[in-house]
Design a protein around this ligand. Structure first.
Ligand code: SF4
Length: 360
């Protein structure tokens, strides 16, 4: 069953407990937080900090860093100390790394019940997080599911994934530690959706980190993530999201914001409205739209910018947008806030649009 907790469909549930990740609140009705994961070498402080700066500029709010070995802890500590964003420590296999990361500046720990060494291994990790005053994400993944649950043939994959997370949450809460976020990801979209619906029903109080894992390269990954996460977010499920792409993590952040904007949940960047072109078009609209998209991608203004191919729908869309152009034969009429402001040649359209955007 979808979480019926959200009084406003499509909004994050207010019934989840708010969890603080550095200066960012996740859950409790807070805006859906945008996050990504660093992919620079884990022992390279300068590279990771440079990537964090690029991610922060793109609108990332929480960043995660892998700590694959104990000898990477010094680099992790240095990154945490200099990072403008809260840094989540991502740990597999070795609970001692999690304990040490909590002491060295992690804003949150991410551990995987399937490989961290069983419930007993979690006890000192919970204690370290408690002492550091930081939350833990219990991050279940279909590729590393607990062996006992994976072997059960009486449960579907979504049921196994959800059960793994629920068992771990119950254990942590039984230990008096409730500062938790949960994720349970699969590469299959509908498995992911069904899993999160189960989690939302069984753990209505726990904030959920949603994502389709190993979603692929940018084209497929964005479509799979938007399909799965769009369904969940519209049901009020999801307090923070990551769109996992085999690409530059900055593209993950652009995808997250585009999705949140499309769902009318949060807006940060301009939205491009451009027609698909047809035989009526008498400019190179595809190239024009690409150039405009590139130029507006770094703007931190939630404007609507229309780039339209002809007079059929062009003037209407261009007038309705904040800034727009309706093209004709080798030229375009530029609109600003619904009014015609100038007519320019095809070569001058992009600069004219950017100038008009600059005046708003
Ligand atoms: Fe074709 Fe004009 Fe519509 Fe663009 S706006 S798709 S050029 S009819």
């Amino acid at each position: 069953q979808p979480r019926e907790a959200s009084a406003r469909p499509g909004r994050p549930s207010e019934r989840t407990r708010p969890v603080r990740v550095g200066g960012v609140t996740v859950g409790g009705g807070a805006p859906v937080a945008v996050q990504s994961m660093l992919n620079a070498p884990a022992d390279d402080v300068a590279e990771n900090l440079a990537q964090i700066d690029r991610l922060a500029e793109a609108g990332c709010e929480i960043v995660r860093m892998a700590i694959p070995r104990r000898d990477c802890l010094d680099a992790f500590e240095a990154v945490c100390a200099a990072s403008p964003l809260p840094v989540v420590a991502d740990i597999h296999f070795d609970p001692l790394i999690a304990i040490e990361a909590a002491r060295r500046g992690a804003a949150k720990l991410r551990i995987n019940p399937g490989n961290i060494g069983g419930l007993d291994a979690a006890v000192p990790v919970l204690e370290a997080a408690r002492q550091a005053g930081i939350p833990i994400r219990i991050g279940v993944n279909a590729g590393s599911l607990d062996a006992g649950l994976a072997a059960r043939d009486d449960l579907t994959l979504p049921e196994k994934l959800a059960q793994s997370a629920v068992d771990y949450v119950r254990f942590c809460e039984g230990q008096g530690f409730a500062d938790l976020v949960v994720s349970a990801k699969a590469h299959d979209v509908m498995t992911t959706v069904r899993t999160y619906r189960l989690l939302a029903a069984q753990l209505p109080h726990v904030p959920l980190h949603i994502g389709v894992t190993e979603a692929g390269t940018a084209f497929q990954g964005v479509i799979k993530s938007a399909a799965g996460l769009g369904i969940l977010l519209e049901e009020g499920i999801g307090d923070t999201l990551r769109i996992s792409l085999t690409d530059d993590p900055v593209q993950e952040i652009r995808a997250c914001w585009t999705l949140l904007s499309a769902l009318d949940l949060r807006r940060r960047n301009p939205e491009l409205i451009s027609c698909p072109t047809c035989g009526r078009c008498q400019v190179n609209l595809i190239e024009l739209a690409r150039q405009v998209e590139e130029r507006i991608s770094t703007l931190n203004k939630p404007l609507k910018v229309a780039v339209m191919g002809c007079v059929v729908n062009g003037p209407g869309e261009a007038r309705d947008a904040d800034i727009g152009v309706a093209c004709g034969n080798g030229s375009g009429i530029v609109f600003s806030q619904g009014k015609t402001v100038r007519k320019v040649s095809e070569e001058a359209i992009v600069d004219a649009l950017m100038e008009e955007i600059g005046t708003l």
